[in-house]
Design a protein around this ligand. Structure first.
Ligand SMILES: *Cc1c(COP(=O)(O)O)cnc(C)c1O
Length: 365
């Protein structure tokens, strides 16, 4: 792919984190970023990889006032057996979802080959930023914003597509840490016909207050119910949610108000290959509590790129806390986690063709 490449000068390079055990998530950025500008008249301009820098943005830019923006999140993993090789997990699916978000937000679509090629170009220049210890990875954040300066509600004629990356720590350095969640009874994340199916800033802005209140009461995530009736289960935090009830894994189908997660799709494909029954159907909070009461609620877990699998140990609803899987991690959540990270790090076979191997030139082990 023909990209303009402006490598960082030695002075522009920043020291890499010395201690991989304290990387955390989202605070450290690699040396380079990708940018590509769009105008309605000229289409996409030159794809460019250049040193990471602040954006030059008019304070009148549409994105800052009306929220016309989308993003993606995926990870690049250093192959465990062959550390010169980097594994991208289902990146083409992130490209496709980015474009469906773009359509919903009336932003321009990006050629999926440019989307994936841009990530590969960043990995080429910044391969030394991909951490080496078990469970760590390089997080990749593609984003698009409406940059046209205009104070007035309209769709943009100018946009910027950019990608930044940064090393992130192991999500569970000391084994699983099951989350305590609480049902959002007053707030909604997404409504029918709204933006819930798109990865766009407004959905996350809508969730912040509920999450802060939950945190203040000792819960780490919010369980979202449908906006119309506050009965049907939708998502947990920014993850999809799955329930194992009497041997069957039940999960509400992606749609208008539920994001089509790539991790959840991978989980469903693995379960099918293991002959574990799956039902993609709506279920209510009452269905879940009934299963808990009669002892058939075996496991609850979230699925998303950041944590991969996030077991739920406790669920609060209307002032009552219910302990699931004895507050620990269920066997299926554990098996799914092991299988997925095994595939992602190249330690297990990849029967579904999810991994794209990238071999940066000059990469050392
Ligand atoms: C990103 C996201 C997910 C998980 O999607 P993955 O592709 O598995 O990372 C689920 N729900 C919401 C609201 C999200 O933003």
């Amino acid at each position: 792919m023909d990209f303009r490449i402006e490598p960082a000068t030695p002075e522009q390079r920043r020291p890499k984190p010395a201690d991989e055990s304290s990387l955390g998530f989202g605070r450290i950025y690699s040396d380079h970023m990708f940018t590509m500008r769009w105008t309605s008249d000229g289409g996409w301009g030159e794809p460019t990889v250049a040193p990471f820098s602040n954006l030059d943005l008019s304070p009148a830019s549409l994105v800052l006032h009306y929220g016309q923006t989308i993003f993606e999140g995926l990870k690049a993993y250093r192959n465990r057996g062959r550390p010169r090789t980097v594994n991208l997990f289902r990146a083409a699916d992130n490209a496709a979802r980015f474009n469906s978000s773009a359509v919903r937000l009336d932003l321009p679509e990006v050629d999926p080959d440019v989307f994936v090629g841009a990530i590969e170009a960043l990995l080429e220049l910044d391969h030394e930023w991909i951490p080496r210890s078990h469970g760590t990875s390089l997080y990749v954040r593609p984003t698009m914003i409406a940059t046209e300066p205009y104070i007035g509600l309209k769709s943009t004629h100018e946009a910027l597509f950019f990608i930044i990356t940064g090393p992130v720590g192991a999500y569970y350095p000391e084994g699983f840490n099951p989350v305590k969640i609480t049902v959002a009874e007053r707030y909604s994340r997404a409504g029918p016909g709204g933006l819930g199916a798109a990865k766009t800033a407004a959905n996350y802005a809508a969730s912040l207050k509920a999450e802060k209140e939950a945190l203040g009461r000792g819960f780490t995530q919010v369980l979202w119910l449908d906006a119309a009736e506050h009965r049907y289960i939708e998502e947990v935090g920014s993850m999809n949610i799955l329930f194992r009830i009497d041997g069957t894994v039940i999960t509400p189908p992606a749609g208008d108000t539920i994001l089509a997660g790539i991790t959840k799709d991978s989980v469903l494909k693995l379960l099918a290959s293991w002959d574990i029954p799956v039902a993609e159907e709506r279920l209510t909070i009452d269905d879940v509590l009934r299963a808990q009461e009669n002892g058939t609620l075996e496991e609850v877990f979230g699925a998303g790129t950041a944590a991969v699998i996030s077991p739920v140990g406790a669920l609060e609803y209307r002032g009552q806390t219910h302990h699931i899987a004895n507050g620990g991690t269920g066997p299926l959540a554990e098996r799914l986690f092991d299988e997925l990270i095994g595939i992602q790090y190249g330690a297990k076979p990849d029967p579904f063709g999810w991994i794209r191997e990238v071999a940066p030139t000059g990469a050392s082990g």
